[in-house]
Design a binder for this molecule. Structure first.
Ligand code: HEM
Length: 422
């Protein structure tokens, strides 16, 4: 009877209950099926923190890409972003593409973006914080990161709305196949047509903007091809826009509804938004899932995964692993058993504490990790300056869930009403 209760029917992964609250199923996976063979979806699921972390770091056994760079597959041909660094898997081309541009998103590169982030936050807040109440998702968080990115790229401000539309179609096209993929690819093609003359112009006369820097960047005497530049921009809009907006909404949701007591601490000390960010990335990371393919047979938990199997790394589950975090189902911004500071790709920190898995780990570790944190913290801090005594407009909320199609599968509240004094 007990054993049967722990059996898992893979159709549970497609149920509305799972979309709303995947955590009980994650726990059953971790406790009873740490390596789960899902025959229905033809994939294997890995759910414990240490296993997810190890798979991220094991480039010999797990690859992001199914195809080899020197094989017959034309990269970008069926991917909604076109050729992009995620699709290049663990190849040398991936390393080259990453190295050519990674410096722009950290250190001085990042510092140069801060004035843009502050400016866009200020403008949007002025537009939406007028009435003593605001619906945060549609009026602020959905718009903020995409506007920041298109500004940093130096794209015309008048076209911001078009970018919002394109990136929503790209995101919906990512994981849902069929007509969504077709619509995503159509949006990408439209966006590429729009971008090409701008890129050509920047190649001739580069400015200080990120698009110029990407277009003229050189490594080993080589620049990105036109398609790679366009693919990178598409990835940036989607990876940087759709995730950070949800991070901001999730941070506010948890402060208003999950831990109003700790919200009082943040009001007294706004630097604690940094901790809110880190704990949100653990407790209910925006992105719960990343995929890999095995490049050889892999033995794990006494079973053998065949070569070329699809592997699902459940970051959202690893982040709640009681083998690593005390009281993992409690949202706690004062946690002392997790690294709360800035993340890094090795996931090893001076304080010797484990980090959250929300940005991945290893070769494909999020390139925008520092920028996302900076944007989210600046946005939340500025909002608190404008809103006096922010509080939920409604006493109950249906909570964070994953997706309707337009939200691309990332977890966030659908709407979040806040009341405040002025
Ligand atoms: C809270 C916000 C964000 C979350 C939760 C997030 C999450 C992730 C995750 C989990 C990965 C790893 C993919 C893998 O292992 O296969 C990733 C990769 C990536 N992210 Fe982010 N991301 C965020 C913000 C950003 C921002 C702001 C940017 C850029 C402006 C960005 C750019 C990228 C890029 C380019 C990659 C691919 C890196 C590679 O393949 O080497 N992300 N992100």
């Amino acid at each position: 009877m007990g054993a049967l209760a722990n059996e898992i029917d893979p159709r549970e992964f497609d149920s509305p209950g799972y979309q709303k609250d995947p955590f009980p199923l994650y726990k059953r996976l971790r406790d009873h099926h740490p390596l789960f063979r899902d025959r229905f979806h033809n994939r294997w699921l890995i759910s414990r923190y240490d296993d997810v972390n190890a798979a991220f770091q094991d480039n010999e056994s797990f690859d992001r890409a199914l195809y080899k760079v020197d094989g017959p597959y034309v990269f970008g041909s069926s991917h909604v972003f076109g050729p992009n660094i995620l699709e290049y898997g663990n190849s040398d081309r991936h390393r080259w593409l990453r190295n050519i541009i990674a410096g722009q998103f950290v250190g001085q590169g990042l510092v140069s973006f801060i004035p843009f982030i502050e400016k866009i936050a200020g403008e949007l807040l002025e537009e939406c914080m007028t009435d003593g109440e605001v619906e945060l998702v549609s009026r602020f968080s959905n718009q903020f990161p995409i506007r920041v990115i298109s500004n940093i790229l130096g794209l015309p401000r008048a076209d911001e709305e078009r970018f919002v539309g394109w990136y929503q179609a790209l995101i919906a096209g990512l994981g849902f196949g069929g007509e969504h993929l077709a619509r995503g690819i159509a949006a990408r093609n439209e966006m590429w047509k729009y971008l090409e003359p701008i890129i050509e112009e920047r190649l001739k006369k580069p400015g200080d903007d990120l698009l110029s820097k990407i277009a003229i960047a050189e490594l080993d005497g080589q620049r990105m091809s036109m398609d790679e530049v366009k693919g990178f921009i598409a990835l940036l809009l989607a990876a940087g826009g759709d995730t950070t907006d949800k991070a901001i909404a999730n941070m506010w949701y948890h402060m208003l509804y999950t831990r109003p007591d700790q919200f009082e601490d943040v009001k007294k000390d706004p630097t604690l938004w940094e901790n809110v960010f880190a704990e949100m990335m653990r407790y209910d990371a925006v992105v719960h899932v990343q995929s890999r393919y095995t490049t050889r047979e892999v033995e794990m938990h006494g079973r053998v995964i065949p070569e070329r199997s699809l592997i699902i790394l459940l970051l959202g589950s690893g982040n709640r692993d009681e083998r690593v975090f005390a009281n993992p189902d409690t949202f706690d911004i004062h946690r002392t058993d997790m690294h709360m500071g800035r993340e890094n790709r090795s996931a090893r920190y001076k304080d010797k504490l484990p980090g959250h898995l929300g940005f991945g780990v290893g070769q494909h570790f999020c390139m925008g990790y520092a920028m996302a944190r900076q944007e989210a913290v600046i946005a939340c801090t500025r909002m608190m300056e404008v809103m006096k005594n922010p509080r939920p407009k409604f006493s109950t909320h249906e909570g964070i869930s994953s997706p309707n199609i337009d939200s691309g599968g990332f977890r966030s509240p659908q709407e979040l009403w806040i009341e405040f004094d002025r």
